[in-house]
Design a protein around this ligand. Sequence first.
Ligand code: ATP
Ligand code: MG
Length: 254
Amino acid sequence: MNHVRLQVERLTKNYRTSPDSADILSNLDLSVPEGEFLCILGPSGCGKTTLVRCIAGLEDYEGTIRVDGNTVTGPGPDRMMVFQDYNQLFPWKTVLKNVQYPMKVNGIRDKQELRSRAEEKLKMVNLQEYADYYPHQLSGGMKQRVAIARGLVMNPGILLMDEPFAALDAMTRNKLQAELRRIKEEENLTVIFITHNIQESIVLGDRIIMMDKGGRIKLDERNTIPKPVSPDSEGYGAMWRLFEDALGDTGAEG
Ligand SMILES: Nc1ncnc2c1ncn2[C@@H]1O[C@H](COP(=O)(O)OP(=O)(O)OP(=O)(O)O)[C@@H](O)[C@H]1O
Ligand SMILES: [Mg+2]
């Protein structure tokens, strides 16, 4: 049995926008072992972003969230986040400086170390040639690669990804999915990856969870289809239908 990296117990989140506002998440339990690639599906507004923001330490919450046994009370270098938004990079910093930023925030001052660790991660996402570029000189896919390199530079226990490929064209998206799986294997990453896309969850996930409109976990399945997964893989169709049918029952519109 693998070491438990993330333990969420009875997580409840209410933004308390009004005295009678409903809980977004209510008594949610979730355990993620080290090295697991977990995909989370669910209809818009069900609380996926809320869940990862709580894990990232960006929201207060009721209940328990522990990473490697340590209670989450705020952001930390053990939990790095990659967002959907292309504008998550600092526009006035070069690619290299963007990737170095979390190290600087965490007190790393050694110039040699700053450079070598950032270059190593840029190489991992195939952007070593672009270290001196600025974000506006990059394509959307390249910006997301930089965000991944930045997310990995502290060697976090968990990489939290909130629809990072959702705004990319299909070809770029497929390419980045394959690269993320490769990096996951190389680094034995623990990843929590939010997506709207059932196909993406089957291609990437070792495990796939579907949440419903009430912020509950409705389905929690192991994905044992051998990687790399394609629509021709044995078991793909059955897995896709399982989640497609479940999505229809979650209260998703349309
Ligand atoms: N800062 C906030 N203040 C008040 N309510 C919020 C806040 N952030 C989110 N909510 C509410 O919490 C609910 C869940 O939002 P959340 O962004 O977590 O959903 P989601 O599953 O990520 O949706 P999507 O798939 O559209 O990204 C929504 O009803 C939303 O209006
Ligand atoms: Mg969201």
